[in-house]
Design a binder for this molecule. Sequence first.
Ligand code: 13P
Ligand code: SF4
Length: 370
Amino acid sequence: MAEMVMPLEMAENETLIEQEATAIERIKQIRPLLGDDVVILGHHYQRDEVVQFADFQGDSYQLSREGAKVDAKYIVFAGVHFMAESAVVLGRDDQAVILPNMQAGCSMADMANLEQVLTAWSELEDVLMDDPENQVMPITYMNSAADLKAFVGEHGGAVCTSSNAQGVLEWSFAQRQKVFFFPDQHLGRNTGKKMGIPLEQMVLWNPFKPYGGLTDDEIRNARIILWRGHCSVHQQFRPEHIDLWKRHHPDVNVVVHPECMMEVVDKADYVGSTSYIVKMIENAPAGSKWAVGTEMHLVNRLKNQHPDKMVELLSPFSCLCSTMYRISPLDLANVLENLTEGRVINQIFVPEDVKRNAKLALDRMLTIPK
Ligand code: 13P
Ligand code: SF4
């Protein structure tokens, strides 16, 4: 098998576009050689040049479900670091999860670390310890490091994604009075608001201030304590963008991701995860108009796939997830080529104790009805 594979050597004078074209051709040659040993999972935000090779494409929730079912020896995750970590947690011990580019992280996930969350938790316990009727459930968004998922698992909580956040919050409130939600304030606030929780009962925890910058009363009266984190891509969409679209195209439909700020979500016609957005556009009638508030690679793909509909990015500026973008066809070719030669590179590892507790939180999520 290995002798059929030509090494991935780039001519020195090739431009990046030419190098990527060469890499794409290499992937087309190599991929069949690896057969069922490899499964490539791709998030909707990946560039077309990469996601075209995905055996399964989906949103974070679908990819974690799919990842848990995969039988292959190698799972190549064309997504970001926290997604690959979740695949390790849900996968078997004899499977290797590979992230084609180790720099593909998530700026939102980086906005909360274990030390900060442990500090916050002990401060919350300090304020609430005399009040057994006012207990907190930790809930972490999928977009978080595995050690935070483990913390949540160990403390009875669950992971949520943008497609099941309401179900997970309902599950939480059935057991405890409050939710401590990290790291995305917007998903937490938008979901809480949809459930009818008043804004004044959703307080913002600033991890850089003692007690999150909140008074004891604010903590005691809160239903949801929201971590001060956000997605740098979705935060770029503004309510004014919706006004502009509606002014020029009164018949436009606005659909946005729930990582957008509340003022945008409130003005949008539809709100949902990336898969929700994909289905919405797929099922829309020909001739309909859509302004979409999510990552631009997905929006451009939808625009190209549906030339009979008007599909445009909600913002006049590029909204690109620069970390997802770090995975290039060169990276994918590189990891696959190494696999054909029996070398596993860029494998993602999660320590055993973290894996065990993170699995509790992910398994709970997977059993909560959407
Ligand atoms: P979903 O895949 O849950 O829609 O989330 C989007 C996202 O930000 C992935 O990082
Ligand atoms: Fe993270 Fe936002 Fe990129 Fe998703 S889109 S991976 S939340 S930075």
